[in-house]
Design a protein around this ligand. Sequence first.
Ligand SMILES: [Zn+2]
Length: 233
Amino acid sequence: MKTRDLVRFLACCCLILGLTFVGIYGAHQAVEVLREGIPVPRYHTIVIDAGHGGEDGGATSCTGRLESEYNLEIALRLEALMQLLGYRTQMIRRTDTAVYTKGDTISQKKVDDLRQRVRIVNQSEGNILLSIHQNYFSQGRFSGAQVFYADNDTSKELASVIQKSLVDTLNPGSKRKTKPGKGIYLLEKCRGQGVLVECGFLSNPQEEFLLRQEDYQKKLVCVIGAATASNLS
Ligand SMILES: [Zn+2]
């Protein structure tokens, strides 16, 4: 590992620990150190996709809350962190809306919504997609975050860095592994580096409780954001 990479890696570890244990406000200093002292290249634009929105609420949690709401809250926190780290960011949505521009029926709107998301992700080279979703299964016992990736090596690598960080910090003991984004339209059409993070299971009462908490959402974005920053070169 080169000295520069080592410094970056250590700084990201400090950031994760700082933000995890001290809380995001107490860790502002760590973020400043990272911004000023670490040569993270910032020519990338991070495109942050809060999955679903508007009439497409995604999954419904075991407490009756829509997936689109969790996704938006976490995505907005991720935007704030990536900006603090010095990245340009682009949000696919900032409110509870879908992003389609045409279509009469729900399915036509859904197709156009996904096409618009793909268009935004692919509009510039060097865009990096971080798509935020929540998982759901008919049985409540399943838990843990899982990262899916677009069909290229850099996406696979980014996914494995994020997956490992999530398991190490928030899901100790989880056996979940990264998966190719086969069948996920946004990842199949993503031409650059792109991952989709299923942050946890809305069907698991304990995990759903955590996913609603501000502190846990902050931890999630710290892990995802720092892992992403450490992977970019
Ligand atoms: Zn979803």
